[in-house]
Design a protein around this ligand. Structure first.
Ligand code: SF4
Length: 317
């Protein structure tokens, strides 16, 4: 089901919203998410442990590996909640599909919600030890059922590059979905053209490949082709952003306007890009400068329309 909402729809571990659903009756409210991000997205809460009937408060659970299988066991009793959790996750998976999510924000370290670094134990309750680190039950299920869904842990949003990566993915996903269920090929091609530099910032090779696919579309668009495009776009944006790739895009844009700039302006712009490449300023400094130059100098229309300048609301930078 497509929700034609202009805002991205983001699933979230409900304890991050301030819901008192944690094992100890507490919560883990994330102030950035609730005070800033929530103004620009629709949050859809889930708490698998409560939905699986574990109650609040409850004993802690942990992942225990035995004979290559992972179990969700209560500590210290060893009571096995694996089956109840798997049943719950089947229901959650259906609801995630119906909710037409663009991303999912997950609580760090939880044996249910954590994405990475979750402790995996072995042995008996009396004598157990951590043998590996991995992801929680919910994350494993989301990754298996929704390969291109953008996932992030709470702490990732504090890192500028990881935050950009997640926001680029969810806002682009929603922009493409907002084209509706049956856009014209030309509309999809225009949308690709507007996102070209954003894709390039994530992975130039993957961006070119996506461009070739979009250019090859003819006639009317089937729903499979549209879904394939959404998936491909997410897979391009799944590539890690790096300072070097941003510099590549900034220089690319600079190439379009440099001949129209005064010598002083050219020097300032080169210095701004150079400062960013050395980690002395944020991306916003050279980007804002280039944006004004592009608008001021009446550069090529496709450059003016680049989503890369404003991929998401400015308060989220
Ligand atoms: S981490 Fe997940 S399972 Fe645990 S309280 Fe938060 S939402 Fe519920």
């Amino acid at each position: 089901m497509q929700h034609h909402s202009s805002k991205p729809r983001v699933g979230i571990s409900s304890c991050l919203m301030g819901d008192t659903v944690r094992y100890n009756g507490g919560h883990q409210r994330d102030n950035f998410v609730m005070d800033v991000l929530a103004k620009h997205v629709e949050l859809v809460p889930f708490c698998p442990e409560v939905e699986a009937g574990l109650g609040v408060p409850r004993a802690v659970v942990r992942i225990v590996r035995r004979d290559e299988h992972e179990f969700l066991l209560e500590s210290p009793s060893g009571r096995d909640h694996s089956e109840a959790m798997r049943d719950t996750l089947t229901q959650i998976s259906r609801r995630v599909l119906d909710a037409d999510l663009d991303g999912f924000l997950l609580k760090r370290g939880s044996p249910t919600c954590g994405i990475s670094g979750v402790k995996i134990y072995t042995g008996t309750e009396r004598k157990s030890r951590v043998v590996a680190r991995g992801s929680g039950f919910l994350t494993q299920r989301l990754a298996a059922d929704f390969q291109t869904l953008a996932l992030a842990e709470e702490g990732w949003l504090k890192d500028a590059m990881l935050r950009q990566q997640f926001l680029n993915r969810i806002f682009t996903s929603r922009r493409l979905k907002n084209l509706g269920n049956s856009p014209k090929v030309s509309e999809l091609q225009q949308e690709y053209a507007a996102h070209k530099l954003l894709y390039m910032a994530h992975h130039p090779g993957a961006q070119r490949e996506l461009g070739r696919q979009v250019a090859g579309l003819k006639g009317s668009l089937s729903s499979d082709q549209l879904q394939d495009h959404l998936d491909q776009a997410q897979s391009v944006l799944g590539h890690r952003l790096t300072r070097g790739r941003h510099v590549n895009v900034l220089q690319h844009m600079f190439g379009y306007v440099s001949s129209k700039l005064s010598r002083v302006c050219r020097r300032h712009t080169c210095e701004a890009i150079d400062s960013y490449s050395r980690g002395q300023t944020s991306l916003l400094a050279p980007l804002t400068l280039l944006k004004h130059q592009v608008l001021d100098k009446g550069a090529h229309p496709w450059l003016v329309k680049q989503v890369y300048f404003d991929p998401y609301p400015s308060s989220l930078w």
